[in-house]
Write a protein that binds this ligand. Sequence first.
Ligand SMILES: Cc1cc2nc3c(=O)[nH]c(=O)nc-3n(C[C@H](O)[C@H](O)[C@H](O)COP(=O)(O)OP(=O)(O)OC[C@H]3O[C@@H](n4cnc5c(N)ncnc54)[C@H](O)[C@@H]3O)c2cc1C
Length: 529
Amino acid sequence: MRTDLVVVGAGAAGLLAAVAARRLGHEVLVVESSGQVGGSTATNDGSLWLPANDLTGHGGIPADTADSALRYLNGLAAPESDVIAARRVAFVRTAAAVGRWLSTSKIALEVVKSLPDCRPDADGAASQGRTLRPRPAPPKLDPEWVGTLRGDDSVKANPGLLSRLTSPFRDPGELTGGAALAAELLRRALASGVEVWLDAPMTELVVEGGSVTGVRVRRADESVQVDATTGVMLACGGFEADPLRRTENLPAPTSTVWSVGVGADGAALTAGEQVGAAVCGLDQAWWTPVLLADGVAHRVDLARVAPHGMIVDQAGDRYLNEAQPPGPAGRRMYEHNRGMRSVPSFLIMDSRHRKTYPLGPWAPGTSPKAAIESGDLVRAARLDELAQAMGIDLAGLIGSVVAFNQLAKRGKDSDFGRGDSAWDRHFGDPLLRRNPCLGSVAKQPYWAVRVYPGDAGTKGGLVIDDRSRVLREDGSAVPGLWACSASAASLFGSFQPGHGAGLGAAVVEAYRGVLDLSGQLDQVDRALA
Ligand SMILES: Cc1cc2nc3c(=O)[nH]c(=O)nc-3n(C[C@H](O)[C@H](O)[C@H](O)COP(=O)(O)OP(=O)(O)OC[C@H]3O[C@@H](n4cnc5c(N)ncnc54)[C@H](O)[C@@H]3O)c2cc1C
């Protein structure tokens, strides 16, 4: 089999690369290891952090510039290398063009209104406008392909607070969020003649004289060689499902079970080893606190922000602002665990929290019998019973609840600043005017779940340059090999600049890689400068 470009991975980044390359005249084959299309994108709200996009400066959304976004990024953490510095410049300059490319591809995007950057008070931060999401759309795919789209049923089953705030999964019959984005990219790919192989994992690169000239793929129990005359784009995620690489690289303790990622097993890193590619940032992930229900991880982003709940360590002490963005919250869990056990931590809720807000797979107002029997979810009439069932120090817990309730009464968390920032308030309950994130934990019965520092995929990977070319240790590019998104080391290092930053960077890197392999990047960069 011979083609121009092999794209490895049918997530949003891979599909965008395929559509863009096809549009520029290349023959493209996408190989996808699973039987499903859409990757992790199709399981989330599809938010894209694209600074200075065309929707800013209109309809009440403040104007934005690439320069202020760059100031913001570099103020959060100085770039670790010249390569990262150049990638950040390229990202902020190209982000708007990718938003435009999606719009001209009939993927309508809208601003997530009133959602600020993760650090809204930092220099160069935007109060809103940088996070876009796809508008809901009916699936226009052939029915046989609709069935191959990944989805997240637990989110669909739990609209609760989500429907009042971010509303990622709406009317039946319409695809929303990441699923809408992935479906439209897939439809365009297929319509334009891109070939897509499912259940076809790349097992290795084909390398000749130091250049990548194709891939080997396992297909129907056979090993097939595909020659790629232009090259290979790795868009096959990180290593969240590889227990060995997790133990070697991520902070301890760690577990594949805590990941809500798509299950990438480090194929990009294995491929990189074949060609002597440099790697970095392997100790980083897109941290996101999770609970476990029947052994499956579920994010607790809304449950931990909602009023009438608080997170404590094993000593029963609060130690963090529960409403902060998921990245820093997960990192804080690990930092605190060095001095006092906070892996797992405990989310303590009162009856109002359970009645009103979503919690993992359990709809508001329900008392799921199996989860209570298994101990995944604990219900108790009194705090001492709850502390005993969870193994939390009782005196510490009671002291923390009393202190927390006084803060809630004042509507001001003077200990950890919960609800102070515009980010926190965006995700809180708008019906609580004084502090949408703060409400006492005082009404029986009490509830608790264990909370782990989970992840939505890993952040470290192959070192790429601002053209998305894979680099060796000596800084030279591996001919014929490009990588993007979680297959590449993140340009954001350990921090999270805004909601949708992972996907925003992913699509920009895919786009720039395709322009580079088509020989058009310099011309586009000159126009964007
Ligand atoms: C639950 C969840 C929530 C998230 N929320 C957000 C968010 O709010 N904002 C944000 O920006 N980001 C978020 N992310 C991260 C974001 O989804 C990713 O950064 C982005 O979607 C990555 O897209 P991708 O196409 O590069 O990779 P993926 O979507 O991970 O796709 C990789 C694909 O490669 C396939 N693959 C793996 N190995 C092979 C192989 N050997 N051969 C062939 N194919 C292979 C996989 O099966 C998968 O389909 C979230 C992720 C998850 C899991």
